[in-house]
Write a protein that binds this ligand. Structure first.
Ligand code: CAA
Length: 278
């Protein structure tokens, strides 16, 4: 099986890492070779650490080839999209992939809060479009949501499910409703947490300690939003707010201000906390 991954940012690189670890031939697409090389170096680093720690015996980084041309995805069996979380670029990409890829290839989107059905609208064969929603960090989080859009075929859906298992994940089946399963719950919950920052006049560190030590969360809400990316969380909240119109879905103004100021969390070196690596 040959996998394509379009977009090698945090999520795409994590997905490509899973594919290489599973021994699958993988084509990674980025807009420049420099960005692609940066992702490949991170993948090699994390897989080497796994070898050092005895978690895997070996891996073959040459399974991952890089490209800046979508045509190189033509013979992939499954292509997973992980580009910017905006509808128009995704629709355009799916229209392009639909033209380039074999008719039996499955086209998956890793969107976290947009509608898979709307993204599939860019393709002339929407039956082969499905959601494969991984969680951040993709190599560490066991879940993948397999999302059935309005016109997804059973074949495409089951192929995506089987690929999720092959990548070592725990897949769950769901339909294309706003936020699918986990984000439908997690996004308003995180927004509640962040509003409590102002309401209870608690510091981010104390809020995080509260949720870690009082609710058993593996990391606090501020740490988690810093990890996910403040811009990504604001985007996802806006998408859910737009569809569901529930006040808890709307991004807290404090987060919107941070996103506008370029305080994006770990990836920008600063969010609720400061980070060495940027
Ligand atoms: N690939 C492989 N290994 C990686 C890695 C990667 N991409 N990133 C980090 N690691 C490694 C670390 O380097 C570390 O290895 P070393 O021992 O070699 O340093 C190892 O994994 C473990 O790292 P941590 O010590 O940080 O691990 P942890 O036990 O503290 O767990 C965690 C980390 C899994 C992230 C845990 O804190 C957790 O579960 N947090 C919650 C995360 C979460 O809720 N994610 C969902 C976000 S919401 C979302 O994603 C939805 C959306 O659509 C936006």
């Amino acid at each position: 099986m040959k996998i394509g991954v379009v977009g090698l940012g945090t999520m795409g690189a994590g997905i490509a890492q899973l594919a290489v670890e599973a021994g699958l031939e993988t084509v990674g697409h980025e807009v420049t070779y420099e960005l692609g090389e940066r992702a490949r170096a991170r993948i090699e680093h994390f897989l080497s650490r796994k070898v050092d720690k005895g978690q895997i015996d070996s891996f073959d980084i040459d399974l991952l080839t890089l490209t800046i041309g979508l045509d190189d995805l033509a013979d992939c069996d499954v292509v997973i999209e992980a580009i910017v979380e905006e509808l128009d670029p995704k629709r355009e990409l799916f229209a392009e992939l639909d033209r380039i890829c074999r008719p039996d290839a499955v086209l998956a989107t890793n969107t976290s809060a947009l509608s898979v059905t709307e993204i599939a609208g860019g393709a002339t064969r929407p039956e082969r479009v499905v959601g494969m929603h991984f969680f951040n960090p993709a190599p560490l989080m066991p879940l993948v949501e397999i999302v059935r859009a309005e016109r997804t075929s059973d074949e495409a859906f089951e192929t995506a499910y089987a690929l999720g298992e092959r990548l070592g994940k725990h897949p769950i089946r769901c339909h294309d409703t706003p936020g699918f399963v986990v984000n439908r719950v997690l996004i308003p919950l995180l927004n509640d947490c962040l509003r409590v920052l102002d309401e209870a006049r608690v510091t981010p560190a104390d809020l995080d300690a509260g949720m870690r030590h009082g609710a058993g969360w593996p990391m606090g809400p501020c740490e988690l939003v810093d990890l996910v990316g403040i811009d990504v969380h604001v985007h996802a909240s806006e998408a859910l707010w737009e569809k569901l119109r529930e006040p808890r879905m709307a991004p807290p103004p404090r987060l919107v201000a941070m996103a506008n100021a370029g305080l994006l969390g770990r990836k920008s070196g600063r969010g609720f906390y400061e980070y060495d690596e940027s």
